[in-house]
Design a protein around this ligand. Structure first.
Ligand SMILES: [Cu+2]
Length: 358
C-alpha cells in the first residue's frame, strides 16, 4: 500500500515526504527523551543515595528510622550473641564427642539411655532463652506496628506491576510509579541504580511520623524499604498499617517483596526523603496543599465552629501533639508524655472551671 502510494508521488513530493517523516521521528524521540529525563521524572537533585544494596556489603543497609535502629540493636546485641553462643557450644560438644568417644579411644561404649537431669536442662534452657527473647521481640513488633500520633498518611497500593501512591492529607496528591528501564538510565546518564529507579519517586519529609496504609489492587504484593525497617504485605481488599519516621535526607530504595507474577522483580520503590520545606514545595508543585492550608480554608469557610473551639477540652491534646512534632526521635516516650500532658491539661481546665463556678 505504501509502495503504491509513494509511486504515485512526484520525486519532489517523495523528498518532502521523507523529510517530514524524519522530522516527525526526531520530534518523537525528543519528546520521549524529555518525558523520561530524570529532571522531568522528579529525580531529586543533591540527594545522597543512602538506602541501596552495595557490592560485597555485609549486614544491614544503614538505618534511617527509629524502628530500623531498634531492629538492628535487637539483631546485633541479642540475636547474634545468642546464635553465636549456641553454635559454638554445640560445636564444642560435637568436637568433644568425636575426640573423646571415638572407636579407638573408647572401644566399649556405655549403654546409658536416659539422664533425667540432663534432659530437664536441655529442655528448660532453650525455653528460658525463648522467654527472654519474647520481651524485646514484642516491644519491637508493637513499635513497628503503628504510630500513636501520625502527622501525615501515605496510601500505598500494589498493582501488577507497579505501585500507586496517594497523599490524603495533602489534597489527595496521587501518582503511579513505574520502573525506569536500564536503557533509559544509560541514555540519560542517570546515575540511579538499575532495577531500582522509578519514574515517580515517593517524596516524604524527614522527622515526621508518617502512617503507611498498604493495600493491593490485584494480587498479593509487599511494600519493603530495608533502610526504614518496613516490609509489609499488600493484600487486595485489606489495609495493612505501619509507619516510618525518616531520620536523614536522602534517597532510599526498596522492592516488591511478595512473588506477584511475571514482573515481580520490576516494581521497585524509590523514596526521596527531603526537608519539610522542600516537601511543602513539592506538594505545591503537584497541585496539592499542606494540611495547615486546608485547615485554614475550612476555618475561613466555617468561622462559627472556630470560636467554639476555644473552650474545647481537647485543645491541650492538640497542643501536646504539636509539641511532639518538634520533639525527639523516640515516639513511644513522646506518646507517654503527650498522654500525661493531655490528662494534666484537662484536669487543670476542669479545676479552673470549678473555681470559676464558685
Ligand atoms: Cu508485586
Amino acid at each position: 500500500m505504501v509502495e503504491s502510494g509513494l509511486s504515485l508521488m512526484t520525486d519532489l513530493e517523495k523528498m518532502t515526504f521523507k523529510r517530514l517523516s524524519l522530522v516527525a521521528i526526531l520530534t518523537g524521540v525528543l519528546a520521549l527523551a524529555i518525558y523520561v529525563h530524570p529532571a522531568f521524572a522528579g529525580a531529586a537533585e543533591g540527594l545522597e543515595i543512602i538506602g541501596q544494596p552495595k557490592n560485597w556489603a555485609f549486614g544491614f543497609q544503614p538505618h534511617a528510622s527509629p524502628v530500623k535502629l531498634q531492629m538492628e540493636e535487637f539483631h546485633n546485641h541479642l540475636l547474634v550473641p545468642i546464635i553465636t553462643g549456641t553454635s559454638l557450644f554445640v560445636l564444642a560438644l560435637l568436637i568433644w564427642v568425636v575426640v573423646r568417644y571415638n572407636r579407638h579411644v573408647n572401644p566399649n561404649p556405655s549403654r546409658t539411655t536416659h539422664n533425667t537431669m540432663l534432659e530437664v536442662v536441655w529442655t528448660v534452657v532453650p525455653v528460658i532463652i525463648l522467654v527472654l527473647l519474647i520481651v524485646p521481640s514484642m516491644k519491637l513488633l508493637y513499635t513497628a506496628d503503628r504510630t500513636q500520633n501520625a502527622e501525615m498518611t501515605l496510601n500505598i497500593k500494589g498493582y501488577q506491576w507497579y505501585w500507586g501512591y496517594e497523599y490524603p492529607d495533602h489534597g489527595g496528591v496521587n501518582f503511579l510509579a513505574n520502573l525506569v528501564s536500564e536503557e533509559d538510565l544509560k541514555k540519560n546518564n542517570d546515575p540511579r541504580p538499575r532495577l531500582l529507579a522509578t519514574d515517580n519517586p515517593i517524596v516524604l519529609p524527614v522527622d515526621t511520623n508518617i502512617r503507611l496504609l498498604i493495600t493491593a489492587a490485584d494480587v498479593l504484593h509487599a511494600f519493603a524499604v530495608p533502610a526504614f525497617g518496613v516490609k509489609l504485605d499488600a493484600v487486595p481488599g485489606h489495609t495493612n498499617e505501619t509507619w516510618v519516621r525518616i531520620d536523614k535526607e536522602g534517597t532510599y530504595y526498596g522492592q516488591c517483596s511478595e512473588l506477584c507474577g511475571a514482573n515481580h522483580g520490576f516494581m521497585p520503590i524509590e523514596v526521596n526523603a527531603v526537608s519539610k520545606e522542600r516537601f511543602a514545595q513539592w506538594i505545591h508543585a503537584q497541585g496539592g496543599k499542606m494540611p495547615e492550608e486546608i485547615a485554614a480554608e475550612k476555618r475561613a469557610a466555617t468561622p462559627a465552629v472556630d470560636k467554639a473551639a476555644g473552650t474545647n477540652l481537647l485543645e491541650p491534646v492538640k497542643n501536646a501533639g504539636e509539641a511532639h512534632a518538634a520533639g525527639t526521635a523516640d515516639p513511644t516516650a513522646n506518646a507517654k508524655s503527650d498522654k500525661k500532658d493531655a490528662v494534666e491539661g484537662a484536669a487543670k481546665d476542669a479545676a479552673k472551671k470549678k473555681a470559676g463556678a464558685k
